[in-house]
Design a protein around this ligand. Structure first.
Ligand code: BEZ
Length: 270
């Protein structure tokens, strides 16, 4: 199995990701069910992170190959799941540019497509990686995702460093926009669902911790001495919207979940 090795994205702290942000894969059950992998199938996990869902899918007798743009995530996945028969294989690859040497029965993705900001390129690669009739089943952030977290940063940034432009590294489309892209890329859309999925952060974590984990490139635009006051102010701005009665902070995730089938050549390949 070959993949084009292009390093992308920031390198996350994969240990912290597994310890405090493990809800990312814990919430993947619904999209794994939608994938409905059958024994003997070959499945590509696009943006596999530290490999938990790839391993869960492989446990049902499926051959799984996980790719992720972050070498640290892939190192952790390999460390956790090894190379025993029946465990997934893993490689570093950019979702916009990967190639495979044998087509897959399905491409699966959880909480990763919003990091890939050129969706038509990704869809072209997914299409090329699938056998005719192959499935593309995924869940990711939809329009409106983490709106409170983003607004908190915009308000705090406007107050503390108004000269710094806030550029977000994510792509959160509407269902209609993404369905059109899927169709243009040669897929028939089988199901879509867009839903709010309020997501509890780890006990003790706040909006500031979420930004430290997922927004280091956004924070890097601010002078270093502004980071801590900025994050403290973000917490103040969004506390009432994000903290539940039990004191746990809840992120306002909105998901787009879909299943599509590769049915025809792409209409326009980027
Ligand atoms: C998400 O899973 O929706 C997400 C995670 C990190 C950054 C942005 C969105």
């Amino acid at each position: 199995m070959t993949t084009t090795l292009i390093l992308q994205r920031m390198s996350w702290n994969s240990m912290q990701y597994d310890n405090n942000f493990s809800y990312v894969s814990a919430h993947g059950r619904g999209v794994v069910d939608l994938l409905d992998a059958r024994p003997g199938e070959r499945i590509l996990d696009l943006g596999c992170g530290t490999g938990d869902l790839a391993a869960r899918i492989a446990a049902s007798g499926v051959t799984v190959h996980g790719i992720d743009g972050d070498p640290d995530m892939i190192r952790t996945a390999v460390d956790k799941y090894g190379d025993a028969p029946g465990t997934p294989t893993f490689a570093v690859a950019d979702g916009h540019a990967f190639t495979v040497d044998e087509p897959f029965d399905a491409v699966f993705s959880n909480a990763a497509l919003h990091w890939m900001r050129r969706p038509d390129e990704v869809l072209a690669r997914v299409h090329a990686a699938l056998a005719p009739g192959g499935r593309f089943v995924a869940e990711f952030g939809a329009s409106g995702n983490v709106a409170a977290l983003i607004e908190g940063l915009r308000v705090a940034g406007g107050e503390l460093a108004p000269e710094v432009p806030i550029e977000l590294p994510w792509y959160f489309p509407s269902t209609a926009e993404y369905a059109t892209r899927l169709e243009n890329a040669g897929f028939e859309v089988a199901t879509t669902a867009c839903f709010a999925r309020p997501t509890a952060l780890a006990p003790g974590d706040t909006a500031a911790d979420w930004w430290r984990m997922f927004g280091p490139t956004v924070l890097a635009a601010f002078p270093a001495d502004v980071h801590e006051p900025l994050l403290a102010r973000v917490d103040d701005v969004v506390r009432d919207r994000m903290v539940g009665a039990d004191g746990i902070w809840v992120a306002d995730y909105v998901r787009l979940r879909f299943a599509a089938v590769r049915v025809r050549p792409a209409r326009d390949v980027p």
